[in-house]
Design a binder for this molecule. Structure first.
Ligand code: SF4
Length: 585
């Protein structure tokens, strides 16, 4: 690492005392590079064992890496915290301008602790930190408006990030998200509720730095190599053209698209919500995170007439992707793209994790149809598959929490099912609502054993698609493949490289780019660091009470045919036992 590389600086902010300090943590960055590796160490240091996730002591940690600002696609910020949703490791990644803004402000990581007495937002302008009153922003209907107001009051246009919460975060919905730059999110595991518990409405960061490189000629060569690979890559073209929404039709054809709370895995309405339909009929623009030449963020333009004015239209710009389309589309039995976009827009405005929200609404629909909850609990709302008006009303009540039922829904599907029943079809893994894949055992095992119970931990769905149609795979082989992928992804996450670019950032390319950034590491070092970070995450999970032995498997995944037939419960349990031995500390 260069002597003065600002990446080694960690900014510690205390909201209770309205204080801050900067410490050089060369020790952390030299050992773990940045991102997830540094963040998990800071979480070990800063989060007291057994701490309530909504207590002032729970830290919010943001970390970036040494490649951020120097090379394309090192564009993610890793957030770590104790999750109010699962009561365990909270980790979420977000792009937008967040990573480059943190790096340009002169930090490799930021730690926020404490709780303010009244709503505030933090403005970090380089080495200055301001604690601003946010009373007038608290309670506002939309996080987008709050972001707009902050934008008008703070300098740094074009270089800054504005991370903020909506009503869901303020009301401590355990799966509230944090939104940046309107269309990007720290989506999963409830970072928004942690912000809300600290009365922290937003964090705004800006800065202007010049970053050093080791040999500018070599740097240029490596830069061009990565840039050209990114713009020429067919995979990246796919992400740019239709985005991940392209996967709706193939997954449906394959029979792996969860539909109506996974009562089925094929959806007759898939063409109405396919990536092709959105691109042809709604696509309004594409966006990119800072320092990314790909631009995979797809924004739909939804034009609606004003009810009392002929030829007057309101146009809403709403982002979409594969996961939201699955969660609010097929999972809710909805094939009406307009309806999907309206629900998506509201969930965006209120600031909730869209995947959790969709799975929770799907459970509630099935629970009402099967009679375990009635109109009394739903306060008169009749949840029917594909009825988006009813879903919007229900989400509003989840935010307001006017009765015990909506309070339960605000804490996730497992919590609601533990009170009202229907556990077999409460589709959460490790406490986190399921992603959009019923492709085979790999998808579910991957989420169960993944450190953050996300499909992005180890992409088990892709292992299903690669191997299971061609050959039998044993539980040991499957677990071995998933763990190897997850460990490598720890290295990528410590470099904060967008996973879409994982094919470009091969070990040799990473070593060359790190050399330009002042780090001398070998491919073996990268693998070792990935393994160590994975172990450290599991150490935190186990410290906080997580046990692979006690993992609950929703019965529904064994009832509905996947592309490889009905799943074998014993196969999955064996795989979990093998994983348990592998990650034993
Ligand atoms: S590929 Fe997409 S998610 Fe990844 S950095 Fe680029 S715009 Fe952001």
């Amino acid at each position: 690492m260069f002597e003065n590389d600002p990446v080694r600086n960690v900014l510690y902010i205390d909201l209770s005392d309205k204080n801050f300090r900067v410490e050089e943590r060369r020790d952390l960055f030299e050992r773990y590079i940045g991102g997830a590796g540094v963040a998990i160490q800071l979480l070990h240091e800063e989060c007291p064992e057994g701490c309530d996730a909504l207590a002032p002591e729970n830290p919010i940690i943001f970390a970036v890496g040494p490649l951020t600002g120097l090379f394309p696609l090192a564009s993610k910020t890793v957030a770590m915290f104790k999750s109010p949703h699962t009561g365990n490791l909270g980790e979420s990644h977000c792009g937008g301008r967040s990573a480059v803004a943190i790096r340009m402000a002169g930090y490799g990581a930021i730690v926020i602790k404490g709780r303010s007495d009244s709503p505030i937002y933090i403005a970090i302008h380089g080495n200055r930190v301001y604690f601003r009153d946010a009373s007038s922003l608290w309670g506002m209907e939309g996080n987008i408006t709050a972001g707009r107001i902050i934008r008008e009051h703070e300098p740094g246009a074009g270089l800054r990030t504005i991370m903020r919460i909506g009503r869901a975060g303020e009301k401590l919905v355990s799966y509230a998200c944090v939104t940046t730059e309107t269309y990007r999110h720290f989506g999963r595991l409830g970072l928004g509720a942690v912000f809300g518990s600290k009365k922290l409405k937003a964090v705004m960061i800006s800065g202007k730095r010049t970053l050093a490189v080791r040999d500018s000629k070599k740097f240029r060569q490596v830069y061009d190599e990565i840039y050209q690979a990114a713009v020429a890559s067919l995979v990246m073209k796919k992400y740019h053209d239709l985005g991940t929404a392209e996967n709706i039709l193939p997954l449906n054809k394959f029979g792996g698209l969860p539909t109506r709370n996974l009562k089925e895995a094929r959806f007759e309405g898939a063409p109405g919500i396919s990536g092709e339909t959105f691109a042809e009929e709604y696509l309004g623009r594409r966006l990119a995170c800072s320092h990314c030449p790909v631009g995979c963020i797809h924004i739909a333009a939804l034009r609606e007439p004003y009810y009392d004015e002929p030829y007057f239209y309101k146009t809403s710009m709403i982002c979409y992707d594969y996961e939201p389309i699955y969660a609010l589309g097929s999972m809710l039995g909805g094939s009406d793209a307009d309806g999907f976009l309206k629900l998506m827009d509201q969930i965006e405005i209120w600031g909730m994790d869209v995947m959790s929200a969709g799975v929770i609404l799907a459970w509630a629909t099935e629970a009402q149809r099967s009679g375990i909850i009635s109109d009394t609990e739903t306060m008169g709302i009749k949840l029917e598959w594909g009825d988006y008006a009813a879903y919007i009303d229900a989400v509003r009540l989840i935010i307001e929490q006017p009765n015990e039922f909506y309070k339960a829904l605000a804490r996730g599907v497992l919590h609601a099912a533990s009170i009202y029943g229907g556990e077999d079809y409460a589709l959460a893994f490790g406490g986190n609502e399921m992603p959009g894949y019923h492709t085979g055992p790999g998808a579910h095992i991957g989420v169960l054993i993944g450190a953050r119970h996300s499909h992005l931990d180890n992409a088990g769905y892709s292992v299903d698609q690669k191997f299971l149609s061609e050959k039998q795979i044993s539980p040991a082989e499957l677990v071995g493949t998933l763990l190897a992928e997850e460990r490598w992804r720890q290295t990528l996450s410590s470099l904060v490289i967008c996973f879409f670019a994982r094919g470009i950032y091969q070990p040799d390319t990473i070593c060359k780019s790190l050399h330009s950034a002042g780090f001398d590491l070998t491919p073996e070092d990268l693998y070792r660091i990935g393994e160590e970070i994975h172990r450290e995450k599991y150490r935190f999970k186990i410290r906080e009470g997580f046990s692979l032995e006690n993992l609950r498997l929703p019965g529904r995944i064994f009832e509905t045919h996947s592309p490889v037939g009905k799943l074998d419960e014993e196969f999955i349990r064996r795989a979990i036992r093998i994983c348990q031995e592998e990650v034993a500390l």
